[in-house]
Design a protein around this ligand. Structure first.
Ligand code: SF4
Length: 968
């Protein structure tokens, strides 16, 4: 008899014992992926957290962080009551106060500002999942100085995608894991899209041999996902764009591109005016209706590029009716990338990737896209009404994240990746990269950023949302002399397309009063004095710095909201203690960053599964309360009463951004019978809770591909409120928006950059993707600082949040500097030696480890493990502060001065994305006496009043097994 372990062994283990009194569904918040969870509760405490098998994001999968949510819930680092500073800033001397006093104080500070000069409030949030609310609140207050953490995370990724293909990686789209045959991953941190990517990679690895898919990882470091890649290319940091352009060079040379796709869905045939020296140069030729023109080969005449049966020319200079000369975008592109400077040989040294490898990868991509073409018999209709009986798939998919984004050339590198996908015809097709509703959006999407002088009036809401997508210099938020109107200088000539703001510049600019001083800095879960700051030590000084003449702090008031005693708490004047994610309502909204997938549209909520045992309130409730106390129109009724007396749960159900469109799309309409657009349903939250705290609508098969041109999808997206009109979305190989900025720099138009910024705008606003050496490396290249220094985010931690979690701390309680073994040995270094990591801005001391899986010119460490002594209610001897370190101390928020003395921020010149990964360093071996303690060290802040005793050994769960919980 054949042995079968599952049928022949009598199973003695009860795999599903009843462990709880009650099970409640909600959404995980231990990282940004927003998996569905089931929380098992016994005697009012969490017994166990499991993944929700019905949930569209994780389908039951729960990662280590998610299950360790228990220890985040019961962390000794939780804040317990509102706090008011009584000592000097930074000393951590507070008294506990009642909520009424805290809210009255905040209302007093904010109310005065609102009626005097609302932009003197800077309101910035961290990895906030309620940006649809926080952004709306800022608008209603009337300040343009609002953003979440995207500017120092991955705005290059978002902006480059939205200005190119109407979507992007991460929340905006995903690989078609079912059909892809070649998956390329660039610079991905393991904490982002954690479970979805693991599930996807599992699918690739589990395929039968006949349908194998290759997984290629391009990353200077081989950790996490890269460890299971079929091939790892250890690219030099900041050179990925050059490698991608070399792939494009090879594909163009071999004619391995999808011309049909380019003609139908991109602006490849659109005509670009060639009139050097004039205001029209580089703009699209358009007809009287404003439609772009292409050259129709049948009639040998220009025609609207939107005409149905056009046979457009892709090369050749043509003469328009008015005598102007023009060339198709395709020709400009081909001319640029066929240039020998993009040949595999030419890029090999800068990228560290041998020419043969580049050539082979290009051939493999072409083979997967064209020799392994997929045909699915799914009839669909395009926007011109033409019926097609099948969809073609080019099964090459890509995903990229912070390793691309966090360089000062990240915007163009990300555009280059999208260009590569367009050339292969692999966007939103079977096997390729697929959009998630509500994407794709028009390129670029609405809205425009608000904050012009005319859009701001004391006591009134801002004329629009603070963040948006400029379409030309006329949308910048600058005064007539070119001075930035926002405190972070987003949407100014220094960072024109700063769609997520520049959070890393807020404190430095506010301290310097550049472009103006502020009165109140209001932060929510943003650890801005520590791991969310460049130059952390300098930032702490700025937060505590006083004006010598007045004796007042340079930033007069700081309000901070967080659930935990992070390093930032010590610098606040007023602290609002937030609940944990298991104690509140939340809304993962389609107005913000939803949880859709390529085949369906989805959103979700959190519900309180536990009652707080401390005097804390959900920050969203506090914000709504403050809005009502301040009399903000969006938060008060005409009679002056609060508009949402039931706080956030009330707002989620009853707020309408536009008629019929609110934070949640599911179960709208009086009876819950509508989706997307519909009247308020008072029982909407009940419907979500009954459905596991999420809603999902599956698209019909004929709506799932080529959505930028799919009539049925575009109609549906318009009904849902995702689009204003059911019009096609043309992907932009060549960006006219960028060219408009360039033309302004060349002296054309009413709005031009001040002379000091002209050259920078002219250089970086290239309408076609290009590669340049990261800005800081221009000044720190060479022998003095020969090594790139970057960080990786571990799978087991999410930013600094994991550091108070007793279970996760056992995985990453300290960090080392990892060095390529050959490089380390050449420097005379061995495992566990200690080194000084020296940059032009300072030095950090750390232990090292040698390894093979890192590019030879690169050193790296885990991010956000190092902690300030005693922060997070950790012991002063905690390994995080003794043996943990941050590279932030040796990164400057400003680039070196230009000849005229001006210092630009250490950011991408197009989007303002913080360029964390441009850092260059050298290593100096420590003397034996210097080993043992990381540096710099800072004095411990005083214990927070009311903080619980810090046990030496923190355990959880023994009591559930009938043993007494032992805490020593
Ligand atoms: S991947 Fe993130 S959201 Fe999902 S279970 Fe893990 S920590 Fe929670």
């Amino acid at each position: 008899m054949r042995f079968d372990a599952f049928t022949t062994v009598q199973e003695q283990v009860d795999t599903s014992p009843k462990v709880s009194d009650e099970v409640k569904t909600t959404t995980c918040y231990m990282c940004a992926c927003r998996c569905g969870i089931k929380v098992h509760i016994k005697d009012g405490r969490v017994r166990y957290i499991e993944g929700n098998r019905d949930h569209p994001v994780n389908k039951g999968v729960l990662c280590g962080k998610g299950s360790a949510g228990i220890m985040t819930q019961y962390s000794p680092a939780r804040l317990r009551k509102p706090l008011k500073r009584v000592g000097e800033r930074g000393a951590g001397e507070f008294v506990e106060i009642e909520w009424e006093e805290a809210l009255r104080l905040a209302t007093q500070w904010l109310s005065e500002l609102r009626w005097r000069d609302p932009k003197k409030l800077a309101f910035f949030t961290g990895r906030d999942q309620s940006q649809a609310l926080t952004g709306f609140w800022a608008k209603e207050f009337g300040t343009p100085n609002y953003a979440a953490h995207g500017g120092f995370c991955s705005v290059n990724m978002a902006a480059a995608g939205l200005y190119s293909i109407g979507g992007s990686f991460w929340e905006f789209g995903e690989p078609d894991w079912e059909h892809t045959r070649y998956f390329v991953m660039f610079g991905v941190a393991e904490d982002h899209a954690s479970n979805p990517i693991k599930i996807g990679l599992g699918k690739l690895k589990g395929r039968p041999a006949a349908h194998r898919a290759k997984f290629l990882s391009i990353n200077p470091v081989r950790t996490g996902y890269s460890a299971i890649a079929d091939e790892w290319l250890g690219v030099r940091p900041g050179s990925d764009g050059l490698f991608v352009l070399a792939l494009i060079h090879e594909l163009l040379k071999a004619d391995k591109i999808d011309l049909d796709y380019l003609v139908r869905y991109t602006n490849a045939p659109w005509l670009v005016i060639r009139a050097p020296g004039t205001a029209q140069d580089g703009l699209f030729a358009r007809n009287d209706e404003g439609q772009p023109l292409a050259w129709d080969k049948r009639t040998s005449a220009p025609a609207s590029a939107y005409e149905p049966d056009l046979n457009p020319a892709l090369v050749g200079e043509v003469t328009l009716a008015d005598g102007r000369r023009a060339v198709p975008v395709f020709q400009l592109m081909a001319e640029r990338y066929l240039d020998p400077r993009y040949s595999p040989e030419a890029v090999a040294e800068a990228t560290g990737i041998p020419a043969d490898t580049t050539r082979r990868i290009a051939a493999e991509l072409a083979h997967a896209a064209f020799a392994q073409e997929i045909r699915l018999d799914i009839p669909w209709t395009d926007w011109l009404g033409r019926r097609h009986d099948h969809v073609i798939g080019r099964p090459v998919s890509m995903h990229a994240m912070r390793g691309i984004s966090a360089h000062s050339n990240g915007f163009h590198t990300c555009r280059a990746i999208h260009l590569l996908q367009m050339l292969l015809g692999s966007i939103d097709c079977p096997g390729g990269f697929r959009h998630k509703p509500p994407y794709p959006k028009p390129v670029p999407p609405a809205p425009l950023p608000a904050g012009h002088a005319l859009e701001m009036k004391p006591g009134e809401p801002l004329g629009g949302m603070p963040l948006g997508f400029p379409t030309g210099p006329e949308n910048l938020l600058v005064d007539p002399d070119g001075t930035a109107r926002r405190i972070d200088k987003a949407f100014s000539w220094e960072a024109p397309l700063a769609a997520h703001g520049l959070m890393h510049m807020v404190i430095a600019n506010a301290w310097a009063g550049d472009p103006y001083p502020i009165d109140v800095l209001f932060l929510y879960m943003a650890n801005m004095s520590w791991n969310s700051a460049m130059n952390s030590a300098g930032t702490m000084k700025m937060l505590a710095d006083k004006d010598p003449e007045t004796g007042r702090y340079k930033i007069p008031h700081i309000i901070y909201a967080d659930a935990y005693a992070s390093e930032m708490v010590a610098y606040a004047d007023l602290v609002f203690p937030d609940t944990t994610y298991l104690e509140r309502h939340d809304c993962i909204s389609l107005l913000d960053r939803p949880i859709s997938d390529a085949d369906g549209c989805a959103d979700a909520i959190r519900q309180p599964v536990l009652q707080p045992d401390r005097d804390v309130r959900p920050f969203q409730d506090v914000l709504i309360d403050l809005g009502a106390r301040l009399g903000l129109p969006g938060f008060t009724r005409p009679d002056g009463q609060p508009r949402y007396p039931g706080f956030y749960a009330d707002y989620i159900v009853n707020h309408e951004r536009r008629p019929g469109i609110g934070p949640l799309a599911g179960w709208r309409g009086a009876q819950g019978e509508k989706i997307g657009r519909g009247e308020v349903n008072p029982k909407q939250l009940d419907a979500y809770k009954a459905n596991g705290c999420f809603w999902r609508h599956e698209l019909e098969p004929h709506q799932r591909y080529y959505r930028f041109a799919n009539a049925d999808y575009l109609r549906w997206a318009t009904q849902m409120g995702f689009l204003d009109r059911a019009e096609p979305i043309h992907m932009q190989i060549y960006s006219e928006v960028l060219q408009k900025f360039r033309q302004a720099a060349a002296g054309h138009g009413r709005l031009q950059p001040p002379d000091a910024h002209r050259e920078r705008i002219a250089t970086y606003f290239d309408p076609l993707p290009f590669w340049y050496r990261p800005l800081e490396q221009e000044t720190t290249a060479g022998a003095a600082f020969p090594l790139h220094a970057i960080t990786q985010r571990p799978m087991a931690m999410y930013h600094s949040w994991g550091s108070q979690n007793a279970w996760l701390r056992q995985i990453h309680g300290e960090n080392k500097l990892f060095i390529n073994r050959r490089t380390g040995e050449a420097l005379g270094l061995a495992d566990e030696d200690w080194v000084w990591i020296v940059s032009p801005y300072g030095r950090v001391k750390a232990p090292i480890k040698l390894m093979e899986g890192v590019e030879e010119h690169t050193v790296w460490t885990w991010n956000a493990i190092g902690k300030r002594k005693s922060a997070w209610n950790l012991s002063p001897e905690a390994p995080e502060s003794q043996h943990g370190f941050l590279l932030n101390h040796v990164i400057s928020q400003l680039l070196p001065p230009k000849p005229d003395g001006h210092r630009y921020s250490n950011s991408d010149p197009v989007t303002g994305q913080a360029a964390w990964y441009d850092l260059k360093v050298r290593l100096e071996k420590c003397a034996p006496a210097e080993a043992g303690l990381t540096e710099p060290q800072f004095p411990a802040a005083k214990p927070i009043p009311g903080a619980p005793r810090r046990p030496k050994l923190l355990r959880y769960g023994a009591a559930f097994r009938g043993r007494k919980e032992k805490v020593r």
